[in-house]
Design a binder for this molecule. Structure first.
Ligand code: HEC
Ligand code: HEC
Length: 154
């Protein structure tokens, strides 16, 4: 009788695990052990820079989404950064583009430098272009109301 309880518990646990495993579904629709498929090529939304409105931010400190297409001018190498050819503090006026935030010019101690911080060099780690990809799962996300800080402070 003493052994009966642990064995029943084990049986119930095993049954529960089997049911849960059978019901587990991954977002990519394939078993975890299966190698990733090549991503589907998607059409970028947005036209040439200069023709779009900015996309509303949904939370404070959100890196703004890129409203324009980036194909053909998104090259970022050690020497070159095509995004900065329009968004850099020295170029934005003539290109009529939004200027990068002051935060992008700060070094690790918070001092504002003349050039973009190397921590911000890879623009696409934070700013992402738009595609026609459908959401993987339905969600009910709603933006919290907030007031965008004045540009100078950012
Ligand atoms: C030819 C000039 C040009 C280039 C190159 C360019 N942009 Fe832009 N960008 C613009 C303009 C102009 C806007 C204003 C919206 C519009 O008209 O599309 C803009 C808007 C943005 C915004 C939205 C800013 C906000 O406050 O809403 C982000 C973020 C951005 N660009 C990032 C990038 C990144 C990252 C790259 C490189 C992959 C890039 N841009 C390359 C001109 C450019
Ligand atoms: C580590 C993340 C990160 C990287 C990398 C980054 N940004 Fe940003 N960016 C942000 C955030 C967060 C904001 C909004 C707050 C702010 O202005 O700092 C922003 C704001 C901006 C804005 C709008 C500024 C404003 O005042 O409305 C532009 C334009 C921009 N970034 C362009 C760029 C470009 C071009 C690069 C590459 C040289 C880049 N960013 C790299 C996070 C990043």
């Amino acid at each position: 009788m003493k052994k009966f309880f642990p064995m029943t518990l084990m049986a119930v646990t095993a049954l529960f695990a089997a049911v849960t495993m059978a019901e587990t579904q991954t977002l990519r629709g394939a078993d975890v052990a299966i190698a990733d498929q090549a991503p589907v090529e998607r059409t970028q939304l947005g036209g040439k820079p200069g023709a779009q409105k900015g996309i509303a931010r949904t939370f404070e400190q959100q890196p703004p989404l890129i409203p324009h297409m980036t194909a053909n001018f998104d090259e970022v190498t050690l020497e070159e950064n095509q995004c900065l050819s329009c968004h850099d503090v020295t170029r934005y006026k003539e290109k009529n583009a939004p200027k990068i935030g002051v935060s992008h010019m700060k070094d690790s101690s918070g001092k504002v430098q003349k050039t973009v911080s190397s921590a911000r060099w890879n623009c696409n780690t934070c700013h992402i272009p738009q595609t026609d990809a459908p959401p993987l799962v339905d969600n009910t996300f709603k933006s919290v109301p907030f007031k965008l800080a004045p540009v100078k402070a950012r």
